[in-house]
Design a protein around this ligand. Structure first.
Ligand code: DIR
Ligand code: MN
Ligand code: MN
Ligand code: MN
Length: 305
Protein backbone atom coordinates (compact mmCIF):
# COMPACT_ATOMS: atom_id res chain seq x y z
CA UNK A 1 0.00 0.00 0.00
CA UNK A 2 1.32 3.36 -1.09
CA UNK A 3 0.27 6.83 0.05
CA UNK A 4 1.18 9.77 -2.17
CA UNK A 5 1.53 13.03 -0.28
CA UNK A 6 0.50 16.02 -2.38
CA UNK A 7 1.63 19.12 -0.48
CA UNK A 8 -0.14 22.26 -1.70
CA UNK A 9 1.17 25.36 0.03
CA UNK A 10 -1.42 27.51 -1.60
CA UNK A 11 -3.77 30.09 -0.25
CA UNK A 12 -5.83 32.50 -2.20
CA UNK A 13 -5.63 35.45 -2.44
CA UNK A 14 -2.41 35.32 -0.43
CA UNK A 15 -0.28 32.94 -2.43
CA UNK A 16 2.47 31.20 -0.53
CA UNK A 17 1.45 32.64 2.81
CA UNK A 18 -0.06 29.36 3.81
CA UNK A 19 2.75 27.15 4.94
CA UNK A 20 0.45 24.48 6.38
CA UNK A 21 1.62 21.58 4.23
CA UNK A 22 5.25 22.44 4.85
CA UNK A 23 4.70 22.39 8.60
CA UNK A 24 2.79 19.09 8.43
CA UNK A 25 5.62 17.41 6.56
CA UNK A 26 8.28 18.98 8.79
CA UNK A 27 6.41 17.62 11.80
CA UNK A 28 7.27 14.14 10.54
CA UNK A 29 4.15 13.02 8.71
CA UNK A 30 6.08 10.92 6.19
CA UNK A 31 7.83 8.91 8.91
CA UNK A 32 4.62 8.59 10.88
CA UNK A 33 2.85 7.00 7.92
CA UNK A 34 5.83 4.79 7.17
CA UNK A 35 5.59 3.56 10.72
CA UNK A 36 1.97 2.60 10.08
CA UNK A 37 3.18 0.34 7.28
CA UNK A 38 2.68 2.66 4.32
CA UNK A 39 5.10 3.14 1.50
CA UNK A 40 5.09 6.93 1.24
CA UNK A 41 5.60 8.67 -2.06
CA UNK A 42 6.59 12.30 -1.40
CA UNK A 43 8.92 14.18 -3.67
CA UNK A 44 8.55 17.73 -2.46
CA UNK A 45 5.65 20.10 -2.36
CA UNK A 46 3.68 20.94 -5.43
CA UNK A 47 5.29 23.83 -7.27
CA UNK A 48 2.79 26.39 -8.45
CA UNK A 49 3.16 28.41 -11.56
CA UNK A 50 3.55 32.05 -10.85
CA UNK A 51 0.48 33.90 -12.00
CA UNK A 52 0.79 37.64 -12.14
CA UNK A 53 -1.73 38.69 -9.51
CA UNK A 54 -2.13 42.09 -11.16
CA UNK A 55 -3.16 40.28 -14.35
CA UNK A 56 -5.83 38.30 -12.50
CA UNK A 57 -8.60 40.77 -11.67
CA UNK A 58 -11.89 39.47 -10.24
CA UNK A 59 -14.43 37.91 -12.56
CA UNK A 60 -17.75 39.00 -11.16
CA UNK A 61 -17.11 38.60 -7.45
CA UNK A 62 -14.61 35.77 -7.79
CA UNK A 63 -11.17 36.63 -6.48
CA UNK A 64 -8.05 35.39 -8.29
CA UNK A 65 -10.07 33.15 -10.59
CA UNK A 66 -7.32 32.40 -13.13
CA UNK A 67 -4.80 31.49 -10.48
CA UNK A 68 -7.21 29.25 -8.58
CA UNK A 69 -8.31 27.57 -11.78
CA UNK A 70 -4.74 26.86 -12.92
CA UNK A 71 -3.64 25.55 -9.55
CA UNK A 72 -6.67 23.34 -8.99
CA UNK A 73 -6.50 21.93 -12.51
CA UNK A 74 -2.87 20.97 -11.94
CA UNK A 75 -3.78 19.36 -8.62
CA UNK A 76 -6.58 17.40 -10.32
CA UNK A 77 -4.05 15.87 -12.69
CA UNK A 78 -1.60 15.01 -9.92
CA UNK A 79 -4.25 13.47 -7.66
CA UNK A 80 -5.94 11.63 -10.54
CA UNK A 81 -2.57 10.26 -11.64
CA UNK A 82 -1.75 8.86 -8.20
CA UNK A 83 -5.24 7.41 -7.83
CA UNK A 84 -5.03 5.66 -11.19
CA UNK A 85 -1.79 4.01 -10.10
CA UNK A 86 -3.64 2.63 -7.09
CA UNK A 87 -1.95 5.00 -4.66
CA UNK A 88 -3.85 6.83 -1.94
CA UNK A 89 -3.43 10.57 -2.51
CA UNK A 90 -3.16 12.58 0.72
CA UNK A 91 -3.47 16.24 -0.22
CA UNK A 92 -2.31 18.79 2.33
CA UNK A 93 -3.56 22.37 2.07
CA UNK A 94 -3.75 25.12 1.80
CA UNK A 95 -6.96 26.63 0.64
CA UNK A 96 -10.02 24.37 0.44
CA UNK A 97 -10.58 25.54 -3.14
CA UNK A 98 -7.95 22.86 -3.81
CA UNK A 99 -10.69 20.26 -3.30
CA UNK A 100 -12.05 21.25 -6.69
CA UNK A 101 -8.86 19.67 -7.97
CA UNK A 102 -8.55 16.74 -5.59
CA UNK A 103 -12.16 15.60 -6.01
CA UNK A 104 -12.01 16.06 -9.78
CA UNK A 105 -8.92 13.83 -9.74
CA UNK A 106 -10.62 11.22 -7.58
CA UNK A 107 -13.76 11.15 -9.74
CA UNK A 108 -11.62 10.81 -12.84
CA UNK A 109 -10.04 7.66 -11.41
CA UNK A 110 -13.13 6.44 -9.51
CA UNK A 111 -16.28 7.80 -11.19
CA UNK A 112 -18.55 6.20 -8.58
CA UNK A 113 -16.75 7.71 -5.58
CA UNK A 114 -18.68 9.50 -2.85
CA UNK A 115 -17.47 12.54 -0.92
CA UNK A 116 -17.57 13.04 2.84
CA UNK A 117 -16.93 16.71 3.55
CA UNK A 118 -15.97 17.62 7.12
CA UNK A 119 -16.13 21.38 7.68
CA UNK A 120 -17.64 24.21 9.69
CA UNK A 121 -18.70 25.63 6.31
CA UNK A 122 -20.53 24.13 3.36
CA UNK A 123 -18.20 25.68 0.74
CA UNK A 124 -21.11 25.52 -1.71
CA UNK A 125 -21.62 29.15 -2.73
CA UNK A 126 -21.94 29.82 -6.43
CA UNK A 127 -20.61 32.78 -8.38
CA UNK A 128 -24.05 34.31 -7.78
CA UNK A 129 -24.53 33.60 -4.07
CA UNK A 130 -21.00 34.32 -2.77
CA UNK A 131 -20.61 37.37 -0.58
CA UNK A 132 -16.89 37.12 0.00
CA UNK A 133 -15.83 36.18 -3.53
CA UNK A 134 -13.44 33.68 -1.92
CA UNK A 135 -13.32 30.58 -4.06
CA UNK A 136 -12.58 28.40 -1.02
CA UNK A 137 -16.22 29.05 -0.11
CA UNK A 138 -17.34 27.61 -3.48
CA UNK A 139 -15.58 24.39 -4.58
CA UNK A 140 -18.55 22.10 -3.96
CA UNK A 141 -20.87 24.08 -6.24
CA UNK A 142 -18.36 23.79 -9.08
CA UNK A 143 -18.07 20.03 -8.58
CA UNK A 144 -21.87 19.70 -8.63
CA UNK A 145 -22.24 22.00 -11.63
CA UNK A 146 -24.46 24.50 -9.79
CA UNK A 147 -24.75 28.18 -10.62
CA UNK A 148 -24.01 29.75 -13.96
CA UNK A 149 -20.83 28.43 -15.55
CA UNK A 150 -17.62 30.42 -15.15
CA UNK A 151 -15.63 30.02 -18.39
CA UNK A 152 -12.26 30.06 -16.55
CA UNK A 153 -13.34 26.89 -14.75
CA UNK A 154 -14.64 25.05 -17.78
CA UNK A 155 -12.14 22.23 -17.09
CA UNK A 156 -14.12 21.24 -13.94
CA UNK A 157 -16.55 18.49 -14.90
CA UNK A 158 -19.77 18.49 -12.88
CA UNK A 159 -18.97 14.90 -11.97
CA UNK A 160 -20.31 14.85 -8.43
CA UNK A 161 -23.96 13.98 -7.82
CA UNK A 162 -25.73 15.56 -4.84
CA UNK A 163 -26.64 12.14 -3.43
CA UNK A 164 -22.98 11.14 -3.34
CA UNK A 165 -22.09 14.04 -1.04
CA UNK A 166 -22.55 14.34 2.71
CA UNK A 167 -21.39 16.91 5.25
CA UNK A 168 -20.46 16.60 8.91
CA UNK A 169 -19.64 19.45 11.29
CA UNK A 170 -21.42 22.40 9.68
CA UNK A 171 -22.23 25.46 11.77
CA UNK A 172 -21.60 28.55 9.64
CA UNK A 173 -23.66 28.47 6.45
CA UNK A 174 -24.74 31.45 4.35
CA UNK A 175 -28.42 31.93 3.50
CA UNK A 176 -27.78 31.20 -0.17
CA UNK A 177 -25.94 28.02 0.77
CA UNK A 178 -28.85 26.84 2.94
CA UNK A 179 -31.13 27.26 -0.02
CA UNK A 180 -28.75 25.33 -2.29
CA UNK A 181 -28.48 22.47 0.20
CA UNK A 182 -32.25 22.27 0.47
CA UNK A 183 -33.00 22.56 -3.24
CA UNK A 184 -30.53 19.84 -4.09
CA UNK A 185 -31.49 17.57 -1.21
CA UNK A 186 -27.94 17.43 0.06
CA UNK A 187 -27.53 15.60 3.34
CA UNK A 188 -25.77 17.56 6.05
CA UNK A 189 -25.08 16.66 9.68
CA UNK A 190 -24.46 19.92 11.48
CA UNK A 191 -23.03 20.22 14.97
CA UNK A 192 -26.63 20.06 16.17
CA UNK A 193 -26.92 16.48 14.91
CA UNK A 194 -23.50 15.65 16.36
CA UNK A 195 -24.76 16.84 19.76
CA UNK A 196 -28.08 15.08 19.38
CA UNK A 197 -27.02 11.66 18.12
CA UNK A 198 -23.35 11.46 19.00
CA UNK A 199 -20.57 11.15 16.47
CA UNK A 200 -20.87 7.36 16.17
CA UNK A 201 -24.48 7.50 14.95
CA UNK A 202 -23.79 10.53 12.76
CA UNK A 203 -20.98 8.80 10.87
CA UNK A 204 -23.13 5.69 10.45
CA UNK A 205 -26.07 7.76 9.15
CA UNK A 206 -23.76 9.71 6.85
CA UNK A 207 -22.37 6.47 5.40
CA UNK A 208 -25.86 4.97 5.10
CA UNK A 209 -26.90 7.99 3.07
CA UNK A 210 -23.96 8.35 0.76
CA UNK A 211 -22.80 4.77 0.59
CA UNK A 212 -25.71 2.51 1.64
CA UNK A 213 -24.14 -0.75 0.48
CA UNK A 214 -20.64 0.29 1.46
CA UNK A 215 -19.71 -0.28 -2.17
CA UNK A 216 -18.46 3.10 -3.37
CA UNK A 217 -14.94 4.41 -2.93
CA UNK A 218 -14.74 7.29 -0.44
CA UNK A 219 -13.02 10.66 -0.80
CA UNK A 220 -12.67 12.29 2.63
CA UNK A 221 -12.18 16.06 2.50
CA UNK A 222 -11.35 17.32 5.99
CA UNK A 223 -11.22 21.06 6.64
CA UNK A 224 -9.38 21.48 9.93
CA UNK A 225 -11.81 24.30 10.85
CA UNK A 226 -14.43 21.59 11.43
CA UNK A 227 -12.63 21.06 14.72
CA UNK A 228 -13.31 23.43 17.55
CA UNK A 229 -10.90 26.40 17.57
CA UNK A 230 -9.69 25.26 20.99
CA UNK A 231 -8.44 22.08 19.26
CA UNK A 232 -7.22 23.55 15.95
CA UNK A 233 -6.72 27.31 16.30
CA UNK A 234 -4.47 28.01 13.30
CA UNK A 235 -6.95 28.23 10.48
CA UNK A 236 -8.38 31.00 8.34
CA UNK A 237 -12.00 31.06 9.47
CA UNK A 238 -12.37 29.49 12.92
CA UNK A 239 -15.94 29.05 14.19
CA UNK A 240 -16.65 28.14 17.77
CA UNK A 241 -18.73 25.12 18.71
CA UNK A 242 -16.85 22.60 16.59
CA UNK A 243 -15.84 18.95 16.76
CA UNK A 244 -13.78 17.77 19.69
CA UNK A 245 -10.39 16.15 19.23
CA UNK A 246 -11.93 12.73 19.56
CA UNK A 247 -14.94 13.43 17.33
CA UNK A 248 -12.59 14.48 14.54
CA UNK A 249 -10.48 11.40 15.02
CA UNK A 250 -13.51 9.12 15.27
CA UNK A 251 -14.66 10.24 11.81
CA UNK A 252 -11.26 9.41 10.33
CA UNK A 253 -11.04 6.05 12.11
CA UNK A 254 -14.56 5.01 11.12
CA UNK A 255 -13.99 5.86 7.48
CA UNK A 256 -10.73 3.96 7.47
CA UNK A 257 -12.55 0.96 8.91
CA UNK A 258 -14.87 0.84 5.89
CA UNK A 259 -11.84 -0.15 3.81
CA UNK A 260 -13.15 2.18 1.08
CA UNK A 261 -10.97 5.28 1.48
CA UNK A 262 -9.35 6.24 -1.84
CA UNK A 263 -8.33 9.86 -1.18
CA UNK A 264 -7.86 12.20 1.74
CA UNK A 265 -7.61 15.99 1.93
CA UNK A 266 -6.44 17.79 5.05
CA UNK A 267 -7.08 21.45 4.39
CA UNK A 268 -6.88 24.96 5.80
CA UNK A 269 -4.00 24.46 8.23
CA UNK A 270 -2.61 27.98 8.27
CA UNK A 271 0.43 28.58 10.46
CA UNK A 272 0.62 32.25 9.55
CA UNK A 273 -2.48 32.97 11.58
CA UNK A 274 -1.52 32.28 15.18
CA UNK A 275 1.19 32.16 17.81
CA UNK A 276 3.79 29.40 17.78
CA UNK A 277 2.06 27.20 20.36
CA UNK A 278 -1.25 27.31 18.48
CA UNK A 279 0.50 26.51 15.24
CA UNK A 280 2.24 23.53 16.78
CA UNK A 281 -1.01 22.32 18.30
CA UNK A 282 -2.85 22.56 14.98
CA UNK A 283 -0.08 20.87 13.01
CA UNK A 284 0.12 18.06 15.56
CA UNK A 285 -3.64 17.50 15.39
CA UNK A 286 -3.48 17.59 11.61
CA UNK A 287 -0.85 14.85 11.46
CA UNK A 288 -2.84 12.86 13.99
CA UNK A 289 -6.01 13.05 11.87
CA UNK A 290 -4.10 11.81 8.83
CA UNK A 291 -2.72 8.87 10.84
CA UNK A 292 -6.24 8.05 12.06
CA UNK A 293 -7.60 8.12 8.51
CA UNK A 294 -4.74 5.92 7.34
CA UNK A 295 -5.34 3.14 9.77
CA UNK A 296 -3.77 3.95 13.09
CA UNK A 297 -5.50 1.86 15.73
CA UNK A 298 -5.67 2.99 19.34
CA UNK A 299 -5.48 -0.58 20.55
CA UNK A 300 -5.30 -3.61 18.32
CA UNK A 301 -8.95 -4.19 17.55
CA UNK A 302 -8.74 -7.94 18.27
CA UNK A 303 -8.05 -7.08 21.89
CA UNK A 304 -11.40 -5.37 22.29
CA UNK A 305 -13.55 -7.60 20.09
C1 DIR B 1 -18.30 31.97 3.53
C2 DIR B 1 -17.22 31.49 4.46
N1 DIR B 1 -19.38 31.02 3.43
C3 DIR B 1 -17.74 32.27 2.14
N2 DIR B 1 -16.71 30.26 3.99
C4 DIR B 1 -15.56 29.71 4.38
O1 DIR B 1 -16.77 33.02 2.08
O2 DIR B 1 -18.28 31.79 1.16
N3 DIR B 1 -15.26 28.56 3.97
N4 DIR B 1 -14.74 30.30 5.19
O3 DIR B 1 -14.25 27.83 4.38
MN1 MN C 1 -13.65 24.33 3.82
MN1 MN D 1 -14.23 25.70 6.62
MN1 MN E 1 -12.41 27.99 3.94
Amino acid sequence: KTAAIVGCPFRCPRVGVDQGPIHLVEAGLVDQLTELGWKVNFDGHHQFEEVNVAADPPIGKLKNPRLVSKVTEAVAKVVGGHAKKGELPVTLGGDHSLAMGTISGTLDAHPDACVIWIDAHADINTAETTDSGNIHGMPVSFLLGLGSPVPEFSWVKPALKPERLVYIGLRDIDAGEKRILKENNIKAFSMHEVDKYGIGRVVEMALDHVNPKRAYPIHLSFDVDALDPSVAPSTGTPVRGGLTFREGHYICEAIWETGLLVALDLMEVNPSLADAASVQQTVTVGCSLVRAALGKQLVRREQVD
